[in-house]
Design a protein around this ligand. Structure first.
Ligand SMILES: O=C(COP(=O)(O)O)NO
Ligand SMILES: [Ca+2]
Ligand code: NA
Ligand SMILES: [Zn+2]
Length: 311
């Protein structure tokens, strides 16, 4: 059933577990994510980036947002678990408004590439509008490396917990994504994986609101290997290790954004199936088994996040 992001995350924050926020760009990814949540009896957040809304709507933002909402509602109303739809990395005011108008439960305003005061001002503006119509808001402090759809953040600038305290108090934002060393995509760390748990601990202490980890994919090496065996070129891919995810959850992370793990799984099994079943031309016979694997990786993540059975 459909439930608000705020209710889902406040329960998670109180009970110290995390809920997956899985990105989707099409029907099959959405189906796999929702089936995984249902099978794990877990609350789940499904998210579209601005690029996903444009992709779903073939450039028509209103149409894309509307179709995303209607797909989620159509599937979610049959499920026994709570589902919320979230706008990931909102930056364009028009797209954030389109998501709110279409019926998204929550929106992220990502102004973290701007100086603190500007990020604060932009976030406050979105919060005022969203709260006026019962929608919750996520914002980001600090910068992630990697491509955030349309922004290449050169340096990863970690969150300042003192700034976070002021930021949350002034903006009344509902959830905060503190940059603690992750980055988007499959190549997160040059050397050893490293997250700044001290900062995370302080941010939770100072803000006491649900926190979000971006760039949290684990990049499973067995799946990377499989993809490379079938012609992908993903050597050097590295994600967040399980023990670090678990420590981040203990320290107050309640929403874990996961996109790359689903993409790598999709690519590995699509390549495998196409090279093995050479006469297959029915997309359902190709996508069926591929998205079974995507469903399995989502179930594994839900278990690691601690939200299995929390519906
Ligand atoms: O932060 C993410 C996803 O991160 P990954 O690339 O690690 O899946 N979405 O907003
Ligand atoms: Ca950002
Ligand atoms: Na987000
Ligand atoms: Zn992100």
């Amino acid at each position: 059933y459909v439930k608000s992001t705020k209710e889902i995350l406040e329960k998670a924050s109180k009970e110290r577990y995390a809920v997956g926020a899985f990105n989707f760009n099409n029907m099959e990814f959405l189906q796999a994510i929702l089936e995984a949540a249902e099978e794990e009896k877990a609350p789940v957040i499904v998210a579209t980036s601005e690029g996903a809304i444009k992709y779903i709507g073939k450039g028509d933002i209103e149409a894309g947002a509307k179709l995303a909402v209607e797909m989620v509602r159509t599937y979610a109303e049959k499920l026994s678990v709570p589902v919320a739809l979230h706008l990931d990395h909102g930056r364009d005011f028009k797209i954030i408004m389109a998501a709110i108008k279409a019926g998204y439960s929550s929106v992220m305003i990502d102004a973290s590439h701007l100086p603190f005061e500007e990020n604060l001002r932009e976030t406050k503006r979105i919060v005022e509008i969203a709260h006026a119509v019962g929608i919750s808001v996520e914002a980001e402090l600090g910068k992630l490396k990697g491509i955030e759809d349309n922004v290449v953040e050169k340096e990863s600038v970690l969150v300042d917990p003192e700034e976070a305290k002021v930021f949350v108090k002034e903006t009344e934002v509902d959830f905060l994504a503190p940059a603690i060393g992750t980055s988007h995509g499959a190549f997160k760390f040059k050397g050893e994986a490293q997250l700044d748990f001290e900062r995370l601990k302080k941010v939770k202490e100072y803000t006491q609101i649900p926190l979000v980890l971006h760039g949290a994919s684990m990049v499973p090496q067995d799946v990377v290997k499989l993809a490379n065996e079938y012609g992908a070129e993903l050597s050097g891919a590295k994600g967040v290790p399980e023990d670090m995810l678990k420590k981040a959850i203990e320290l107050g992370i309640n929403k874990i954004n996961t996109d790359t793990d689903l993409r790598i799984t999709f690519v590995a099994y699509l390549r495998k199936i196409l090279s093995e079943d050479k006469s297959q031309i029915d997309p359902r016979k190709i996508f069926g088994p591929v998205f079974e694997q995507v469903k399995e990786i989502v179930k594994e993540r839900i278990r690691i996040f601690g939200s299995s059975g929390k519906a």
